[in-house]
Design a protein around this ligand. Structure first.
Ligand code: SME
Length: 157
């Protein structure tokens, strides 16, 4: 596994293009899901410095907090609740430019202004979500969606 991340400045796309192969190398040969999700959070947080990067995993009828980087967060989210629960219920990525305009948004941190949530889908079933929060409005777009999806797809789900 690579020892240190090579962190670069540049456009969002350039940052992802440098980061994705490094994450691939870090995850290669490791089959433990939690270990891989934890390193994905660490790598994303180190490169982009977002407020919060983490996973919630489906356990019975709730999302339960998994590996994350950032401030402490809500531990359980019901299906359909908040951005994470909506992404789970709809099995689709949700990009929220302004969290205050998302009905039912769950404010784990008052500093969060925008958010992207991507479901982890395995054999047609949502197993969890990746949630990323930013202190700025409108941080996330289709570029993040495409690359974060690529990263999730490396995770051994
Ligand atoms: N804001 C999320 C809750 C999780 S925290 O942001 C870490 C939501 O509305 O589902």
């Amino acid at each position: 596994m690579a020892e240190d991340l090579h962190i670069i400045k540049g456009t969002k796309q350039e940052q992802y293009e440098t980061l994705v192969p490094q994450i691939k190398a870090i995850l290669e040969g490791e089959t433990d899901l939690i270990a891989n999700l934890a390193n994905i959070c660490g790598a994303l947080k180190e490169q982009f410095g977002w407020l919060w990067v983490g996973f919630y995993l489906v356990k019975e009828d709730e999302l339960v907090l998994g590996p994350f980087q950032g401030p402490v967060a809500c531990t359980r989210i019901r299906k359909g609740r908040g951005v994470c629960g909506a992404s789970w219920a709809e099995a689709k990525t949700l990009i929220v430019p302004d969290v205050e305009k998302f009905p039912g948004h769950i404010a784990c941190s008052s500093l969060s202004r925008s958010e992207i949530v991507i479901p982890l889908i395995h054999q047609g079933i949502v197993k969890g979500v990746l949630d990323v929060d930013s202190t700025e409005l409108s941080t996330f777009d289709e570029t993040d969606q495409v690359y974060l999806q690529q990263i999730i797809d490396l995770s051994s789900f």
